[in-house]
Unconditional design. Structure first.
Length: 344
Protein backbone atom coordinates (compact mmCIF):
# COMPACT_ATOMS: atom_id res chain seq x y z
CA UNK A 1 0.00 0.00 0.00
CA UNK A 2 1.31 3.43 -0.91
CA UNK A 3 1.83 5.94 1.92
CA UNK A 4 -0.63 8.76 2.41
CA UNK A 5 1.97 11.36 1.44
CA UNK A 6 1.99 10.17 -2.16
CA UNK A 7 0.44 12.67 -4.60
CA UNK A 8 -3.04 11.85 -5.79
CA UNK A 9 -2.05 11.61 -9.46
CA UNK A 10 0.52 8.91 -8.66
CA UNK A 11 -1.83 6.86 -6.50
CA UNK A 12 -4.52 7.12 -9.17
CA UNK A 13 -2.26 5.98 -12.00
CA UNK A 14 -0.94 2.99 -10.01
CA UNK A 15 -4.44 1.84 -9.02
CA UNK A 16 -5.85 2.38 -12.50
CA UNK A 17 -2.85 0.58 -13.96
CA UNK A 18 -3.51 -2.50 -11.83
CA UNK A 19 -7.16 -2.46 -12.83
CA UNK A 20 -6.20 -2.11 -16.51
CA UNK A 21 -3.95 -5.19 -16.37
CA UNK A 22 -6.66 -7.29 -14.68
CA UNK A 23 -9.26 -6.19 -17.23
CA UNK A 24 -6.88 -6.73 -20.15
CA UNK A 25 -6.04 -10.24 -18.96
CA UNK A 26 -9.71 -11.16 -18.70
CA UNK A 27 -10.44 -9.63 -22.11
CA UNK A 28 -7.52 -11.40 -23.79
CA UNK A 29 -8.62 -14.70 -22.23
CA UNK A 30 -12.08 -14.30 -23.72
CA UNK A 31 -10.47 -13.75 -27.13
CA UNK A 32 -8.44 -16.96 -27.00
CA UNK A 33 -5.23 -16.13 -25.13
CA UNK A 34 -3.76 -18.33 -22.41
CA UNK A 35 -1.55 -17.08 -19.60
CA UNK A 36 1.20 -18.32 -17.34
CA UNK A 37 1.20 -15.82 -14.53
CA UNK A 38 0.98 -12.40 -16.19
CA UNK A 39 2.61 -13.49 -19.45
CA UNK A 40 0.49 -14.41 -22.48
CA UNK A 41 1.95 -17.65 -23.91
CA UNK A 42 -0.70 -18.72 -26.42
CA UNK A 43 -3.26 -17.01 -28.60
CA UNK A 44 -3.35 -14.66 -31.59
CA UNK A 45 0.04 -13.01 -32.00
CA UNK A 46 -1.33 -9.48 -32.37
CA UNK A 47 -3.33 -9.80 -29.14
CA UNK A 48 -0.29 -11.05 -27.25
CA UNK A 49 1.78 -8.12 -28.52
CA UNK A 50 -0.91 -5.64 -27.49
CA UNK A 51 -1.12 -7.19 -24.03
CA UNK A 52 2.67 -7.08 -23.62
CA UNK A 53 2.69 -3.40 -24.57
CA UNK A 54 0.00 -2.72 -21.96
CA UNK A 55 1.98 -4.54 -19.28
CA UNK A 56 5.09 -2.52 -20.14
CA UNK A 57 3.19 0.74 -19.71
CA UNK A 58 1.86 -0.29 -16.29
CA UNK A 59 5.30 -1.55 -15.27
CA UNK A 60 6.71 1.88 -16.11
CA UNK A 61 4.17 3.47 -13.74
CA UNK A 62 5.12 1.05 -10.94
CA UNK A 63 8.82 1.73 -11.49
CA UNK A 64 8.15 5.45 -11.35
CA UNK A 65 6.18 5.03 -8.09
CA UNK A 66 9.01 3.01 -6.51
CA UNK A 67 11.58 5.61 -7.53
CA UNK A 68 9.35 8.37 -6.21
CA UNK A 69 9.14 6.74 -2.76
CA UNK A 70 12.94 6.53 -2.46
CA UNK A 71 13.59 10.23 -3.16
CA UNK A 72 13.63 13.19 -0.80
CA UNK A 73 11.01 15.91 -0.53
CA UNK A 74 13.11 18.54 -2.29
CA UNK A 75 13.71 16.21 -5.24
CA UNK A 76 9.99 15.37 -5.38
CA UNK A 77 9.00 19.03 -5.45
CA UNK A 78 11.43 19.73 -8.30
CA UNK A 79 10.38 16.74 -10.43
CA UNK A 80 6.67 16.62 -9.58
CA UNK A 81 5.29 17.91 -12.88
CA UNK A 82 7.65 15.76 -14.96
CA UNK A 83 6.70 12.58 -13.13
CA UNK A 84 3.00 13.42 -13.29
CA UNK A 85 3.24 13.75 -17.06
CA UNK A 86 5.11 10.45 -17.48
CA UNK A 87 2.66 8.55 -15.26
CA UNK A 88 -0.43 9.94 -17.00
CA UNK A 89 1.07 9.30 -20.45
CA UNK A 90 1.76 5.66 -19.59
CA UNK A 91 -1.75 5.23 -18.22
CA UNK A 92 -3.23 6.70 -21.41
CA UNK A 93 -1.13 4.35 -23.54
CA UNK A 94 -2.28 1.38 -21.46
CA UNK A 95 -5.89 2.46 -21.87
CA UNK A 96 -5.46 2.65 -25.66
CA UNK A 97 -4.06 -0.90 -25.64
CA UNK A 98 -6.99 -2.09 -23.53
CA UNK A 99 -9.49 -0.81 -26.08
CA UNK A 100 -7.85 -3.02 -28.70
CA UNK A 101 -8.09 -6.09 -26.45
CA UNK A 102 -11.72 -5.81 -25.38
CA UNK A 103 -14.25 -8.22 -26.93
CA UNK A 104 -16.93 -6.55 -29.03
CA UNK A 105 -19.57 -6.79 -26.32
CA UNK A 106 -17.38 -5.01 -23.76
CA UNK A 107 -16.06 -2.55 -26.32
CA UNK A 108 -19.60 -1.36 -27.02
CA UNK A 109 -19.89 -0.37 -23.36
CA UNK A 110 -16.68 1.67 -23.61
CA UNK A 111 -17.80 3.66 -26.66
CA UNK A 112 -19.53 6.45 -24.63
CA UNK A 113 -16.37 6.93 -22.57
CA UNK A 114 -14.20 7.03 -25.70
CA UNK A 115 -16.54 9.56 -27.29
CA UNK A 116 -16.30 11.75 -24.17
CA UNK A 117 -12.50 11.68 -24.25
CA UNK A 118 -12.43 12.42 -27.97
CA UNK A 119 -14.79 15.39 -27.51
CA UNK A 120 -12.62 16.70 -24.68
CA UNK A 121 -9.32 16.63 -26.51
CA UNK A 122 -9.78 16.57 -30.30
CA UNK A 123 -10.97 19.70 -32.17
CA UNK A 124 -14.44 19.58 -33.78
CA UNK A 125 -13.01 19.53 -37.31
CA UNK A 126 -10.78 16.49 -36.65
CA UNK A 127 -11.60 13.70 -39.11
CA UNK A 128 -11.27 10.95 -36.50
CA UNK A 129 -13.69 12.70 -34.18
CA UNK A 130 -16.15 13.34 -37.00
CA UNK A 131 -16.18 9.71 -38.16
CA UNK A 132 -16.58 8.38 -34.65
CA UNK A 133 -19.46 10.75 -33.98
CA UNK A 134 -21.22 9.81 -37.21
CA UNK A 135 -20.87 6.11 -36.49
CA UNK A 136 -21.70 5.91 -32.79
CA UNK A 137 -23.45 9.12 -31.70
CA UNK A 138 -26.65 8.58 -33.71
CA UNK A 139 -29.83 6.87 -32.64
CA UNK A 140 -29.09 3.76 -34.66
CA UNK A 141 -28.06 0.93 -32.36
CA UNK A 142 -24.71 -0.67 -33.21
CA UNK A 143 -25.33 -4.41 -33.34
CA UNK A 144 -21.80 -5.57 -34.19
CA UNK A 145 -18.37 -4.02 -34.43
CA UNK A 146 -16.22 -4.69 -37.47
CA UNK A 147 -12.44 -4.58 -37.64
CA UNK A 148 -12.72 -1.16 -39.25
CA UNK A 149 -14.85 0.09 -36.36
CA UNK A 150 -12.32 -1.15 -33.83
CA UNK A 151 -9.51 0.57 -35.76
CA UNK A 152 -11.43 3.85 -35.88
CA UNK A 153 -12.14 3.74 -32.14
CA UNK A 154 -8.53 2.98 -31.29
CA UNK A 155 -7.18 5.63 -33.68
CA UNK A 156 -9.49 8.34 -32.32
CA UNK A 157 -8.63 7.48 -28.71
CA UNK A 158 -4.89 7.53 -29.39
CA UNK A 159 -5.22 10.82 -31.23
CA UNK A 160 -7.14 12.32 -28.32
CA UNK A 161 -4.47 11.22 -25.86
CA UNK A 162 -1.69 12.61 -28.09
CA UNK A 163 -3.51 15.95 -28.27
CA UNK A 164 -3.94 15.89 -24.50
CA UNK A 165 -0.23 15.18 -24.09
CA UNK A 166 0.55 18.32 -26.09
CA UNK A 167 -1.75 20.42 -23.89
CA UNK A 168 -0.28 18.93 -20.72
CA UNK A 169 3.14 19.84 -22.04
CA UNK A 170 2.03 23.46 -22.36
CA UNK A 171 0.79 23.40 -18.76
CA UNK A 172 4.09 21.93 -17.59
CA UNK A 173 6.08 24.58 -19.45
CA UNK A 174 3.93 27.40 -18.06
CA UNK A 175 4.30 25.97 -14.55
CA UNK A 176 8.08 25.99 -14.95
CA UNK A 177 8.05 29.59 -16.18
CA UNK A 178 5.91 30.74 -13.25
CA UNK A 179 8.07 28.91 -10.74
CA UNK A 180 11.34 30.34 -12.07
CA UNK A 181 9.90 33.84 -12.32
CA UNK A 182 8.65 33.63 -8.74
CA UNK A 183 12.05 32.54 -7.45
CA UNK A 184 13.71 35.40 -9.35
CA UNK A 185 11.34 37.96 -7.85
CA UNK A 186 11.90 36.56 -4.37
CA UNK A 187 15.65 36.76 -4.91
CA UNK A 188 15.38 40.43 -5.90
CA UNK A 189 13.26 41.17 -2.83
CA UNK A 190 15.76 39.35 -0.63
CA UNK A 191 18.67 41.32 -2.09
CA UNK A 192 16.91 44.64 -1.37
CA UNK A 193 16.22 43.61 2.22
CA UNK A 194 19.76 42.32 2.80
CA UNK A 195 21.33 45.45 1.33
CA UNK A 196 19.26 47.59 3.65
CA UNK A 197 20.34 45.46 6.61
CA UNK A 198 24.05 45.18 5.73
CA UNK A 199 24.73 48.64 4.30
CA UNK A 200 22.72 50.33 7.00
CA UNK A 201 19.42 52.17 7.39
CA UNK A 202 18.35 54.45 4.58
CA UNK A 203 15.44 56.76 3.90
CA UNK A 204 14.19 54.41 1.18
CA UNK A 205 10.80 53.83 2.83
CA UNK A 206 10.63 56.93 5.03
CA UNK A 207 8.63 60.09 4.40
CA UNK A 208 8.83 63.68 5.40
CA UNK A 209 5.79 64.37 7.55
CA UNK A 210 4.61 67.73 6.24
CA UNK A 211 8.19 69.01 6.18
CA UNK A 212 8.64 68.69 9.94
CA UNK A 213 10.00 65.24 10.80
CA UNK A 214 10.64 61.87 9.09
CA UNK A 215 8.14 59.04 9.38
CA UNK A 216 9.41 55.48 8.89
CA UNK A 217 7.72 52.07 9.07
CA UNK A 218 9.28 51.29 12.48
CA UNK A 219 9.09 54.74 14.00
CA UNK A 220 10.44 58.26 13.61
CA UNK A 221 13.96 57.14 12.70
CA UNK A 222 15.09 55.01 9.79
CA UNK A 223 15.76 51.37 10.65
CA UNK A 224 17.78 48.68 8.89
CA UNK A 225 14.71 46.42 8.90
CA UNK A 226 12.32 48.91 7.26
CA UNK A 227 12.51 47.34 3.78
CA UNK A 228 12.11 43.83 5.21
CA UNK A 229 8.97 44.91 7.08
CA UNK A 230 7.47 46.53 3.98
CA UNK A 231 8.16 43.42 1.91
CA UNK A 232 6.58 41.24 4.58
CA UNK A 233 3.45 43.39 4.69
CA UNK A 234 3.19 43.48 0.89
CA UNK A 235 3.68 39.73 0.58
CA UNK A 236 1.07 39.10 3.28
CA UNK A 237 -1.44 41.28 1.45
CA UNK A 238 -0.68 39.44 -1.80
CA UNK A 239 -1.40 36.18 0.01
CA UNK A 240 -5.08 37.18 0.07
CA UNK A 241 -5.14 37.06 -3.72
CA UNK A 242 -3.22 33.78 -3.60
CA UNK A 243 -5.84 32.24 -1.31
CA UNK A 244 -8.56 33.31 -3.74
CA UNK A 245 -6.67 31.60 -6.57
CA UNK A 246 -6.28 28.36 -4.62
CA UNK A 247 -9.93 28.36 -3.54
CA UNK A 248 -11.06 28.46 -7.19
CA UNK A 249 -9.14 25.25 -7.88
CA UNK A 250 -10.81 23.09 -5.23
CA UNK A 251 -13.03 21.27 -7.72
CA UNK A 252 -10.32 20.69 -10.32
CA UNK A 253 -7.90 17.75 -10.38
CA UNK A 254 -4.64 19.44 -11.29
CA UNK A 255 -1.64 17.06 -11.20
CA UNK A 256 0.74 19.91 -12.03
CA UNK A 257 -0.21 22.09 -9.02
CA UNK A 258 -0.39 25.09 -11.34
CA UNK A 259 -2.43 26.99 -8.77
CA UNK A 260 0.49 26.73 -6.34
CA UNK A 261 2.80 28.40 -8.86
CA UNK A 262 0.15 31.10 -9.40
CA UNK A 263 -0.02 31.72 -5.66
CA UNK A 264 3.77 31.86 -5.35
CA UNK A 265 4.18 34.47 -8.08
CA UNK A 266 1.50 36.63 -6.45
CA UNK A 267 3.32 36.62 -3.12
CA UNK A 268 6.76 37.21 -4.62
CA UNK A 269 5.48 40.06 -6.80
CA UNK A 270 3.57 41.57 -3.87
CA UNK A 271 6.79 42.01 -1.89
CA UNK A 272 8.21 44.17 -4.68
CA UNK A 273 5.10 46.13 -5.57
CA UNK A 274 4.85 47.21 -1.93
CA UNK A 275 8.37 48.68 -1.99
CA UNK A 276 8.14 50.21 -5.44
CA UNK A 277 4.67 51.53 -4.67
CA UNK A 278 6.04 53.48 -1.73
CA UNK A 279 8.78 54.88 -3.97
CA UNK A 280 6.02 56.01 -6.32
CA UNK A 281 4.39 57.93 -3.48
CA UNK A 282 7.59 59.97 -3.23
CA UNK A 283 6.71 61.53 -6.60
CA UNK A 284 3.25 62.65 -5.45
CA UNK A 285 3.70 66.00 -3.69
CA UNK A 286 0.18 66.19 -2.26
CA UNK A 287 0.39 62.87 -0.38
CA UNK A 288 1.02 63.47 3.32
CA UNK A 289 2.20 60.61 5.55
CA UNK A 290 1.63 61.41 9.24
CA UNK A 291 2.55 58.14 11.01
CA UNK A 292 3.89 54.64 10.50
CA UNK A 293 0.42 53.13 10.09
CA UNK A 294 -0.08 55.18 6.92
CA UNK A 295 3.06 53.59 5.47
CA UNK A 296 1.97 50.06 6.39
CA UNK A 297 -1.50 50.70 4.98
CA UNK A 298 0.00 51.90 1.70
CA UNK A 299 2.27 48.82 1.59
CA UNK A 300 -0.81 46.62 2.07
CA UNK A 301 -2.64 48.29 -0.80
CA UNK A 302 0.34 48.06 -3.15
CA UNK A 303 1.03 44.46 -2.10
CA UNK A 304 -2.50 43.42 -3.00
CA UNK A 305 -2.26 45.60 -6.11
CA UNK A 306 -0.14 42.93 -7.77
CA UNK A 307 -3.50 41.47 -8.83
CA UNK A 308 -3.49 44.06 -11.65
CA UNK A 309 -0.51 42.24 -13.17
CA UNK A 310 -1.12 38.62 -12.15
CA UNK A 311 -4.73 38.79 -13.38
CA UNK A 312 -3.44 38.09 -16.87
CA UNK A 313 -1.34 35.20 -15.55
CA UNK A 314 -4.47 33.72 -13.94
CA UNK A 315 -6.42 33.96 -17.19
CA UNK A 316 -3.64 32.22 -19.10
CA UNK A 317 -3.31 29.49 -16.48
CA UNK A 318 -7.07 28.86 -16.46
CA UNK A 319 -7.13 28.58 -20.25
CA UNK A 320 -4.25 26.09 -20.27
CA UNK A 321 -5.81 24.06 -17.47
CA UNK A 322 -9.17 23.84 -19.24
CA UNK A 323 -7.45 22.65 -22.42
CA UNK A 324 -5.42 19.98 -20.62
CA UNK A 325 -8.09 18.58 -18.30
CA UNK A 326 -11.39 16.85 -19.14
CA UNK A 327 -14.34 19.21 -19.48
CA UNK A 328 -16.12 17.43 -16.65
CA UNK A 329 -13.25 18.37 -14.33
CA UNK A 330 -13.34 22.06 -15.22
CA UNK A 331 -17.07 22.62 -14.98
CA UNK A 332 -19.11 22.91 -11.79
CA UNK A 333 -22.17 20.65 -11.56
CA UNK A 334 -25.52 22.31 -11.99
CA UNK A 335 -27.78 22.61 -8.97
CA UNK A 336 -29.45 19.31 -8.10
CA UNK A 337 -27.30 17.25 -10.46
CA UNK A 338 -24.74 14.60 -9.65
CA UNK A 339 -21.10 15.69 -9.65
CA UNK A 340 -19.34 15.04 -12.95
CA UNK A 341 -17.13 12.01 -13.33
CA UNK A 342 -13.69 13.01 -14.66
CA UNK A 343 -11.04 10.83 -16.21
CA UNK A 344 -7.52 10.49 -14.96
Amino acid sequence: MMPMEEPRWLVTTVVRGEWTIATAKAAATKRGCRFEGDKAVKGPAHLRHIYEGLVQNVAAIKKLAAEWENKGHLWRARRSTEYADVAISNLHAADAHLIQLLPSRLLKGEIPRVLSIVRDYLPPDDERRRRLKEKFSGRTKVRCLTGTDRTQISSALRGAYVANGYERGRVRTFYSILLRTSLTLLAIALVLAVLNIVVGPTMLTCFDAAGTRPVCPLGADENRYDVLLIEFVGGSAAMIGAVQTISRMQRIEDPYALHVAQALIKVSLGTLTAVFGLLLIYTLPRVIITDSWNILAAATVFGYGQELFTHFVDKKADALRRAALPRAATQLPSEGSDPPRGQT
